[in-house]
Ligand binder design. Sequence first.
Ligand code: PMP
Length: 358
Amino acid sequence: MTPVVPLMATDSVARFQGLRRLIGNTPLLVIDYALDGQPGRLFAKSENLNMTGSVKDRMALHILRRAYERGTIEPGALIIEATSGNTGISFAAIGRAMGHPVSIFMPDWMSPERVNLIRGFGAEVHAVSEEQGGFLGSIRLAEEMAEKTPGAFLPKQFANEDNSEAHETMTGPEIWWQLIGHGLRPDAIVAGVGTGGTIMGTGTFLRSQYDGIKVHPLEPSNSPTMSTGHRVGHHRIQGISDEFIPPIVDLSTLDEIVAVDDGDAILMAQRLACELGLGVGISAGANLLGALKIQQAMGPEATVVTLFPDSNKKYLSTDLLRDEPGRPDHLTPRVELLGFTSFNRECRTCFETWDLTG
Ligand code: PMP
């Protein structure tokens, strides 16, 4: 890891520091459950508690911070990004906090809450239809706009290594120290793949501490992009399994892909809210089920970690708030959620690596 070289204007440093206190250092939840009556325990980072309510705040903050350090973004430059939602919300808020206008391209089938939240931060939203190419079309149109806009900054979350570095320097160390502080060491981490920044970055850091850890990417079984290499079928777990394998994902460095049905993920997210009071999004339900599957394979003593990437607030108009039919192969009906406690925000390293003042 290259050391941080503080090159920024004092005002930008102060703004970044202010933002940093609102992002990351999230609690690690300890969730007690029983599967077919057999007790178990899983760990999940509460990423819904970040500034705009998702894990993507970490990536947006880190990409902008790196760009300021390298001088690759001008003050007031237009930020243009393609996203399925949470990234747009993060760049809209954090970009504005740093004094930038923001323009977002996203597929037009994403939830209206996402679009309105981005607009609510004063950013411009370009809805891209299936005929215009949907997700891949959003990336192409964002690049075309950047070519025509002098000084525009394109974060390129799918290809930008600073995305995984956000998780290598923040999320991964947080998980490690939160567990070590309680006498535990992670045996496996499971995370649904959107850009792949979360699984690649946390995996890299956690492996550097314990090379026996298993690092499992997760995808919807109804639309297994990673296992097939291209878009197949449809799914309802917004934020993961877009239409291609992102360039920052290197499957050869990861362990086996875990697949979860989107209906099962919805049922689990509903249960987390109704039974534990944890208002999380659909990918959180998927991640918990993925972690549960891995724990079943590894044994009840295994310390398996996952993340709750966002909150339920962007899904109020989606199937998360509707009756979801169960299926015989679903895992959720066999699970009893018994309760949770949390390991607190006690990462020692995280603020130290954030010393921008020199
Ligand atoms: N869940 C949700 C709700 C998301 O928005 C994202 C980001 N697209 C992810 C999971 C996956 O995160 P990553 O991009 O780091 O793979």
